[in-house]
Design a protein around this ligand. Structure first.
Ligand code: 13P
Length: 243
């Protein structure tokens, strides 16, 4: 199975979503059993977003680590489960750096999502400084170990490797780096889960000109796409790497 997931971040209006949906539908992406599409949508648009096709996953970009209660402005895992979301991004680097989200919070969020059967899509990745210092594997291992501590290992989870320095910068990790790092992540996940089935996505400046090479990489099960997922034409071009 390959996964093409768009992360819309804090973008789009209701009108733009209608237009995006119209354009994507026009392409009539063939339904393939081995490709899963999804979009992580801003909360306010989740319920209103008509499914682009019935086989497209709809997810959230964040969740509270708390149960329902007096947490003004937060959205709980029970609410995401209640409206039937397929997945929720956890630990995106923008949450970690701009909102000081810790590995411990990421771990709590994953546990809450599992409790309400919303699949976590865990993001991990090193900063440019850590990359230059050669500490990528050490950083990723710490993020993985802490995020997955004590979770239910029988439930599905997706992991996205997103080097922070590649997000929104137009810089992409080389295919060799992606392959080696995804291979490392896979080996660590195998130790934790006891199987090889956890999908590993790559994210960071994925666009129509590099998606072919990224998606046809044996260690990579798909892409988590930011900027290029806001443009229906680019999204479909990336998806067509798999058709
Ligand atoms: P870009 O594709 O804009 O680099 O963003 C990647 C990302 O952060 C997806 O979660």
């Amino acid at each position: 199975m390959k996964y093409i997931i768009g992360n819309w971040k804090m973008n789009m209006s209701a009108g733009e979503i209608v237009e995006f949906t119209r354009r994507v539908k026009k392409y009539k992406i063939p339904r393939k059993r081995n490709v899963q599409f999804g979009f992580a949508v801003p909360y306010v648009y989740i319920l209103g977003m008509a499914k682009i096709q019935d086989y497209v996953w709809i997810g959230a970009q964040n969740v509270s680590e708390h149960d329902n209660g007096a947490f003004t402005g937060e959205v709980s895992a029970s609410m995401l489960g209640d409206v039937g979301l397929d997945f929720c991004i956890v630990g995106h680097s923008e949450r970690r750096t701009l909102f000081n989200e810790t590995d411990e919070q990421v771990n709590e969020k994953i546990k809450k999502l599992q409790q309400y059967d919303v699949m976590p899509l865990l993001c991990i990745g090193e900063t440019e400084e850590q990359y230059e210092a050669g500490s990528t594997k050490e950083v990723l291992l710490k993020q993985i170990t802490k995020a997955l501590d004590g979770i239910d290992k029988t439930k599905d989870i997706i992991v996205a490797y997103e080097p922070v320095w590649a997000i929104g910068t137009g810089k992409t990790a080389s295919i060799e780096t992606i392959r080696e790092t995804a291979g490392f992540i896979r080996a660590e996940l195998r130790k934790i889960f006891g199987h090889n089935d956890t999908p590993i996505l790559y994210g960071g400046s994925v666009n129509p000109s590099n998606s072919d090479a990224i998606l046809h990489n044996a260690e990579v099960d798909g892409a988590l796409i930011g900027g290029a997922s806001l443009d229906a034409d680019k999204f479909v071009q990336i998806a067509s790497s798999l058709f």
